[in-house]
Design a protein around this ligand. Structure first.
Ligand SMILES: Nc1ncnc2c1ncn2[C@@H]1O[C@H](COP(=O)(O)OP(=O)(O)OP(=O)(O)O)[C@@H](O)[C@H]1O
Ligand SMILES: [Mg+2]
Length: 249
């Protein structure tokens, strides 16, 4: 199962990514977690040693070498097959790849570097055997680039406030344009039934998963501890979410 976790900034994408990864591991699966956040911290939430991990997007020399950029020309299909082995962190059935932000235009075109990152992501998403959980950067921009068109499920994390639900609506529209079949709303930071009802009313769908507000998750994050060990109920919610996705496939 290949899942991308999207949503507005700060809604809980990385927290839910880490919980889903752990719930999959607990079910005996092999999991590749990909951190595609510009300021990555999924390693810490997963309890992996996060020191000395350079995001691949920040490896300018590597990206230039692979893209064979020469003035305006570059290789549209750069060699990436060896990169996962080199840059993955492994611990038991868990692998982590820190992709980092995909560089944007502005100060010089980053198309060549983008081609390397896109090729790498595509080859990982098309590979078989492992489950993939992709912790996306905030907002909708990445969907516009079509980088995650080959995932099985997009989860849009929302909280019970209008701003996060408006972002969810944009994500839904772009996912529709990309013909992604399976898009799910996941409610986070739920205090009570009224929060869930608000999400249902605004989104017009039943969330495929719901995570309640958890003081334990909040303090684990502050202390730099893995989130899955902090609150058994949140981990159970991640398990229920996986089951709901699997019954949907
Ligand atoms: N269910 C929850 N209960 C309590 N705190 C939560 C919950 N979910 C997330 N948080 C807290 O909210 C903050 C933001 O969460 P997180 O980093 O997962 O969001 P994000 O969407 O990945 O943010 P960003 O857009 O910056 O990548 C963190 O301090 C996290 O501990
Ligand atoms: Mg995050």
């Amino acid at each position: 199962m290949k899942i991308a976790i999207c949503g507005k900034g700060g809604v809980g994408k990385s927290t839910i990514s880490a919980l889903v990864v752990q719930a999959l591991l607990d079910r005996g699966r092999k999991v590749l977690a990909i951190d595609a956040d510009p300021s990555p911290h999924l390693a810490r939430l997963l309890g992996l040693n996060h020191k000395n991990i350079t995001p691949i997007a920040a490896m300018k020399d590597l990206l230039q070498e692979r893209s064979q950029r020469n003035g305006p020309f570059y290789n549209m299909n750069p060699r990436v097959g060896d990169l996962p082995e080199k840059f993955m962190k492994r611990q038991g059935n868990l692998s982590l790849m820190v992709l980092g932000a995909i560089p944007q235009g502005g100060a010089g075109c980053a198309c060549a570097e983008n081609a390397v990152l896109r090729n790498l992501l595509n080859s990982l998403l098309l590979s078989k055997g492992e489950d993939i959980v992709l912790d996306m950067e905030a907002g909708v921009e990445h969907l516009g680039r079509g980088t995650i068109a080959s995932v099985d499920h997009i989860l849009v994390v929302v909280q019970p406030y209008r701003g996060s639900l408006e972002t969810a609506e944009k994500i839904e529209k772009l996912a529709g344009d990309l013909k992604i079949r399976s898009l799910h709303v996941v409610a986070n930071n739920i205090h009570d039934q009224a929060d869930l009802d608000f999400i249902k009313k605004i989104c017009g769908v039943e969330p495929s998963g719901a995570f309640r507000y958890s003081p334990g998750a909040r303090s684990a994050e502050r202390e730099g501890l893995p989130v899955a060990g902090a609150d058994k109920e949140l981990l159970d919610s991640a398990g229920e979410l996986i089951e709901s996705l699997e019954s949907n496939t």
